[in-house]
Design a protein around this ligand. Structure first.
Ligand SMILES: Nc1ncnc2c1ncn2[C@@H]1O[C@H](COP(=O)(O)OP(=O)(O)OP(=O)(O)O)[C@@H](O)[C@H]1O
Ligand SMILES: [Mg+2]
Length: 246
């Protein structure tokens, strides 16, 4: 079986800044893979390259065996879904309408005539509404949700597609411990049967969720392994100055 995602020697510069310097990364089908690394390491930029928002200067990106290097976001949307580091919901739309838009987007622009308004869009939006625990807020404007609820909606928007590969950029950022624990349980439940690549700073979350972890430091993957392997990896310890890895 093809890996869910393969990056081969991927590089990116912004002007004189060499942000990614030959990144190799393999994510197996069905695994939950965490990407960790210090601030500014290039993690979000890597997501921009994978999801097609930014073109790499070099290297190849392959999703489910298909070369998607340099393809635009709409052209990779069937293969992967992504959430952003900052919450991105339509504040003026109701919670359910946010999910309807996402489910409609999942159909792809060529199918919109056939799908809108359709049972499939409605069913998928409502199923996701239940999964993220916001059924009792369905008709409220998203802007009125608490921060953690907006992040849950953000997750629902990413996952309302049936893309097999999910990229989440710091899904628990800004949450307190209880909120983060709930968000992680939600992520675990709704990524079941799919492949997850998640950027996360909360080490408890990373070590609890991930099957494997890759560590990005100054634009290079310096280690990939199981949580147990990463915890004792000397280069990783050094990159985190010894203190942060639990
Ligand atoms: N569009 C851009 N133009 C110029 N520089 C950029 C651009 N996007 C990112 N960078 C730079 O690339 C580097 C990596 O940024 P990136 O956001 O990918 O890091 P990150 O690992 O996600 O960090 P954090 O953990 O803080 O989110 C930073 O130095 C950033 O300033
Ligand atoms: Mg980032």
């Amino acid at each position: 079986m093809n890996p869910a995602l393969e990056l081969h020697d991927v590089s990116k510069r912004f002007g004189a800044t060499h942000v990614l310097r030959g990144v190799d990364l393999h994510v197996a089908q069905g695994e939950r893979h965490a990407l960790i690394g210090p601030n500014g390491a290039g993690k979000s930029t890597l997501f921009d390259l994978i999801s097609g928002r930014v073109r790499p200067d070099g290297g190849r990106i392959v999703a489910q065996g298909v070369d998607i290097t340099g393809r635009s976001p709409p052209r990779v949307a069937r293969r992967l879904a992504r959430s952003f580091q900052t919450t991105s919901v339509f504040g003026g739309l109701s919670v359910l309408d946010n999910l309807r838009c996402a489910a409609l987007g999942a159909a792809g622009s060529r199918l919109i005539d056939r799908w809108w308004p359709s049972r499939q869009v409605e069913d998928r939006a409502r199923a996701m509404l239940d999964a993220i625990g916001l059924a009792n807020r369905a008709d409220e404007p998203a802007a009125r949700l608490a921060y953690a609820e907006q992040r849950a909606l953000d997750l629902g928007i990413a996952l309302a597609t049936d893309a097999p590969l999910i990229l989440l950029d710091e899904p628990t950022a800004g949450m307190n411990r209880a909120e983060a624990a709930r968000a992680l349980a939600l992520i675990r439940a709704i990524t079941e049967g799919r492949t997850l690549l998640v950027i996360e700073h909360d080490m408890d979350a990373v070590f609890g969720l991930a099957d494997r972890i890759s560590v990005l430091v100054r634009g290079r993957v310096i280690a990939t392994g199981t949580p147990a392997e990463i915890r004792v990896h000397a280069d990783v310890q050094a990159a985190y100055l010894g203190g942060v890895i639990p």
